[in-house]
Ligand binder design. Structure first.
Ligand SMILES: [Zn+2]
Length: 328
């Protein structure tokens, strides 16, 4: 076994290895001591070593006396979690908890042995249940389901030791969410008592994140406006223009808007709903829908009603005859 082969072992190790693992891979104590002296391995604490390519958060966690877990491990596994800063979340074995000193993340059952320096998803999630709030838990689970990393039965098993109010959060999870911000907005819309659907396909426009009532579209921007390329901004403008032509009201919300300015964003939605703008008849003669559909999708011959049904709810007559229609 060479150091080069160790570098291929990413997954749960991320460049940090226990003596048990090094021994299992064929290293002798003398070889390990030689690599430490030569600078190829760095002793983090008794029985744990880091290579030069080790992930800094995993190094930080193991150096702190435990292993990388909770929201930090979920993040490293590619799962959406609410931003938690640069400090690693660390869980530890029972002896480390008993030693006092550093505060470790806990799960609803007792501490477990340390096997890998980076926890697997179920173990990390069990610990995150005590570090995240309800929105954060649902957003992380949505992300896990969306990427098929675990299924709902796995999540139910993972939540088994949690109190009832946390287990009940599983009923709010939805793997269709494309981002954690979208998950959080969905929960807030639900709490506001809004009638909405998610990931709705609108002919001529494609999928939108939220459709409130019949025509209020809310899109969650994963990229802040100032970080978007000129092409992305132009694409957004075109998409909004098409939505207006079809009679919809498009709104965009960024992560910052949702997380730090929600009160104002929610008031905008509430004002529109209070004026019943979200229920007014959809504008747009059938020919216009087909024209836009052809321009955007190149496939105008499928159902040409905006919400993918055949109810004819955007007939030209409705558009011109609707006394409530005030233009876009
Ligand atoms: Zn934690």
């Amino acid at each position: 076994m060479s150091l080069a082969n160790l570098e291929l072992a990413q997954d749960h190790w991320r460049g940090v290895f226990s003596w048990t693992e090094l021994s299992r891979r064929g290293f002798s104590q003398a070889q390990v001591a030689r690599m430490v002296r030569g600078g190829d391995l760095h002793l983090l604490r008794r029985g744990w070593y880091a290579t030069g390519y080790a992930h800094p958060l995993v190094v930080q966690a193991v150096s702190a006396g435990g292993v990388c877990s909770c929201v930090t491990a979920l993040d490293l596994h590619g799962i959406w979690v609410v931003a938690r800063g640069n400090r690693a979340h660390v869980r530890a074995r029972k002896a480390a908890h008993n030693a006092g000193g550093r505060r470790f993340c806990k799960q609803f059952s007792g501490p477990e042995p340390e096997i890998y320096p980076l926890d697997d998803i179920p173990t990390a999630l069990r610990h995150a249940l005590r570090c995240l709030d309800a929105e954060g838990i649902v957003a992380a689970c949505d992300s896990i389901l969306n990427q098929d990393l675990l299924d709902m039965a796995d999540l139910v098993a993972t939540f088994a030791t949690a109190p009832l109010d946390i287990r009940d959060l599983l009923e709010l999870c939805d793997g269709r969410a494309q981002s954690g911000t979208e998950s959080i907005v969905r929960l807030r819309f639900r709490a506001m008592g809004l009638r909405f659907d998610i990931q709705v396909k609108i002919v001529g426009l494609g999928h939108v994140d939220f459709l409130i009532g019949d025509r209020l579209i809310v899109e969650i921007d994963s990229i802040e406006f100032h970080d978007k390329s000129p092409e992305q901004r132009e694409a957004d403008r075109l998409r909004d223009e098409i939505a207006h032509r079809l009679g919809y009201i498009p709104l965009r919300m960024s992560y910052n808007r949702v997380m730090f300015e929600w009160k104002d964003a929610a008031e905008t939605i509430t004002d529109l709903v209070r004026r019943r703008e979200h229920l007014k008849a959809l504008a747009g003669p059938r020919e216009l829908v087909a024209e836009i559909d052809a321009a955007v999708d190149g496939d105008p011959d499928v159902d040409d009603t905006p919400n993918g049904d055949d109810e004819g709810d955007i007939g030209g007559d409705e558009y011109w005859d609707d006394p409530d229609f005030e233009g876009c």
